[in-house]
Design a protein. Sequence first.
Length: 302
Amino acid sequence: MLNAGIIGMGTISKYYLKGLKASNCLELVAICDTNSDFASRPLFKDYPFYEDYLEMIEKEGLDYVIISTPPKSHYEIALNSMKRGVNVIIEKPAVLNMKEYDDLLKYAADHNLIFEVSYHWQNGAEVIEFNKHYDARKITEIHIHVDDPYSDDGININDDKIKLEGAFIDSGVNALSLINLWLPFEQISINRVDTIKCPKTNLPIYAFVELVIDGVLSTIEVDWRNGINNKESYVIYEGRRIDIKHSLQMIIDGDEIIDCKKMERLETHYYNYFKNYQEGEIKKQQSYRIHSVLFEVVSRYL
């Protein structure tokens, strides 16, 4: 087993536990955050806690770090970790521009290290079930809608969510990672990018993006204004509509309803990711293409 430490104990980190305990190659040995009073600390009471990730790396002899901090901090933490010979698994988005992404990929390759981005949406129970039963080559349209409750007034992004860098960077990368399970991203055109920006931050609180990816019309809509949490997609498949209700972990194909729920949604995502993680199985090209499209869209609304 390889020793792993978590850097960043925010909302998502609590979902790692079950998956890491089921992992065949990673063993959690320590945790780190600049805030010693994080909400999920009781769940991690059996693990040594550090406020300095470099101290954690040195004292715990880590093979891996799992980085779950705000995106602006990713580049520095990932590079400093790799400079100490540690492999990196990082929450999406990996960084906030392609130069930083290129730099980290090159450093990892030059030093025989792993630099991997975790795309948790790809591990949803309903996504896995869809891929078992349907042939992606028969999809002719893809439409994804995301609501997150990240604004109390419907106008401004809540202060504690500003660090997510806006609606499209945070959720658009999830949507793109889902589409990339079905399409190789060989030919991409961006037809339309519409945003509504938060006056306080100038970051998008709403985004609508229309793309044609490998000949397939694909739309992504992210809305943080409505105070609700709901993720759903639909595809046109052999001329009919199939709904994928991500929040409900359910597929609706005409009169057929496939209920995939066995545990809480995000717990499912990270359980599947870490349980099935195999060292060295990195989809570098797919991840690179996801980020390339992400930042090309962002360049349209900056």
